[in-house]
Design a protein around this ligand. Structure first.
Ligand code: ADP
Ligand code: MG
Length: 258
């Protein structure tokens, strides 16, 4: 298990400061949803934590600053699923899932028994066994998403970063993916941080919400404290009602006129 602490994190891209002194901590085994309007900096924050973008401030995993870690060391601790992962269209599912083992395989070394086992296990858990020999381009969108999750799982990293994992999925598949993450988290004691647009789903699955707006962390706490009519109005400019509570909380848009 792994928790991490982000301190005074600032990121500048193309000459503009995008994240301004963000402080956040995620406890080991916790699921935190990163919410906030388009352009708030959610993806940038996830990319920084994944070691894909340079930053000021510090990021520590289990109390150790990751600044000097190699990509490989970071990849053993953190699995990152970008918003729209580029899939090698002609690769077979099994080989693609094996890519998740890269951080564990020595340079110039071949895959070992442990790697094949991890790949088989990940494919079983995502119900991909029957698709193992299929090429990625022949899978449906939902199946491709499962392949991406299988690759991530094969990576065997204790921290999972998901950038809008349910984007472009129908309501059934959205629920499927989140239930799966929830199950994997319980089975493997994963720490999860996911950027999410659907505030209802974020509130139902995450232990805590972190609200980013214009590159700053403006609120953090349990869903009922953050998914409020006032905060959603202020930061999304949306008119909503909050219905229910706890794991059944729903954020419902309310038409202003008509
Ligand atoms: P979110 O994921 O919350 O929608 P992003 O982290 O993708 O937000 O983007 C935050 C801001 O950073 C946006 O204003 C975006 O235009 C800007 N941005 C992202 N990447 C770059 C880049 N490479 N160069 C300049 N600006 C960028
Ligand atoms: Mg984004």
């Amino acid at each position: 298990m792994s928790g991490f602490v982000v301190s005074d994190l600032s990121v500048t891209l193309g000459g503009t400061e995008i994240l301004h002194s963000v402080d956040a901590d995620v406890a080991s085994g916790e699921w935190v949803a990163l919410i906030g309007p388009n352009g708030a900096g959610k993806s940038t924050l996830l990319r920084s934590i994944a070691g894909l973008c340079s930053y000021g401030g510090s990021i520590a995993i289990d109390g150790r600053d990751v600044a000097n870690w190699s990509r490989r060391e970071i990849a053993r601790r953190i699995a990152f699923v970008p918003q729209a992962p580029l899939l090698p269209a002609d690769m077979r599912v099994r080989d693609y899932v094996m890519l998740g083992r890269t951080p564990h395989i020595g340079e110039f070394a071949a895959e070992g028994a442990a790697d094949f086992e991890a790949v088989d296990r990940a494919m079983r858990r995502l119900d991909l066994g029957h698709l193992a020999e299929r090429r990625l381009r022949t899978l449906s969108g939902g199946e491709q998403q499962r392949a991406v999750l299988a690759r991530t799982l094969a990576q065997d990293a204790p921290i999972l970063l998901l950038d809008e994992p349910t984007n472009a999925l129908d309501i059934g598949r959205q629920q499927q993916v989140l239930e799966l993450v929830s199950l994997l988290r319980a089975q493997s004691e994963l720490t999860v941080i996911s950027a999410m647009h659907d505030l209802t789903l974020a509130s139902q699955y995450a232990d805590r919400l972190l609200l980013l707006a214009q590159g700053r962390l403006v609120a953090a706490g349990p869903p009922h404290e953050i998914a409020t009519e006032a905060l959603v109005a202020t930061h999304y400019g949306a008119n909503v009602r909050i219905v229910g509570e706890g794991g059944a909380l729903a954020v419902v848009p309310v038409r202003r006129s008509g």
